[in-house]
Write a protein that binds this ligand. Structure first.
Ligand code: COA
Length: 170
């Protein structure tokens, strides 16, 4: 398993809830954060709060688990959040991640996604990203994801997206 690396920066992961909207809105409310994610998250703090409440409530479907965490520095600022939908019965998961602009390029997002994968009790993990989202593609490639055509019904796929697969046994 490619799990936490001793080189990774120390991060704190908090199960995401509606109360995180007030901390994460200043970090993720900037439209530039969503440049490659049209139609996503947070036009307003209230919208974000409602989305986090839905995530915390979970899918309400057997065999599917939602994993959502806010990410921050120990005793310090919030950086962003990570999420996964795990299809535990079928052995695969789909992930996404979004981080604010202030602390990019320091390996925090990469470390957080590595941690997230370590939480998933599945062998196969998928992520979708637009071709122009170079930071996201680099992050996935650094963690051992490979660009492959999808073989799973990926909920986060939008037309034109690239799909990346990580395999625990590869
Ligand atoms: C995708 C996203 C999370 C990537 O953020 P990021 O800041 O580039 O990622 P990291 O924090 O892991 O930074 C990695 C870079 O920091 C550098 N770095 C600096 N110090 C580092 C360290 N100690 N450890 C690892 N990397 C380090 C790396 O070399 C790497 O640079 P490179 O890409 O040129 O190789 C961010 O751009 C984002 O939130 N985008 C909006 C949401 C989104 O598009 N999500 C994807 C679809 S779900």
């Amino acid at each position: 398993m490619r799990s936490a690396s001793s080189q990774d920066p120390a991060l704190v992961f908090e199960p995401l809830g509606p109360g995180h909207a007030s901390s994460l809105f200043p970090v993720l409310g900037d439209v530039r954060v969503w440049e490659h994610l049209p139609g996503s998250d947070g036009a307003t703090e209230d919208h974000m709060r409602a989305g986090y409440a839905r995530r915390a409530a979970g899918p309400g479907r057997a065999g599917e688990r939602w994993i959502n965490h806010a990410v921050r520095l120990p005793g310090g600022p919030y950086l962003g959040r990570v999420e996964a939908t795990a299809h535990t019965g079928e052995g695969w998961a789909e992930i996404a991640y979004v981080f604010g602009l202030a602390h990019r390029g320091r390996g925090y997002a990469r470390a957080a996604v590595r941690w997230l994968i370590g939480q998933l009790e599945v062998d196969e993990v998928w992520a979708c990203t637009t071709p122009a989202n170079v930071r996201s593609r680099r992050l996935l490639e650094a963690l051992g994801f490979r660009q492959e055509p999808p073989t799973r019904p990926l909920a986060s796929w939008d037309p034109g997206d690239l799909t990346y697969r990580w395999d625990r046994h590869r």
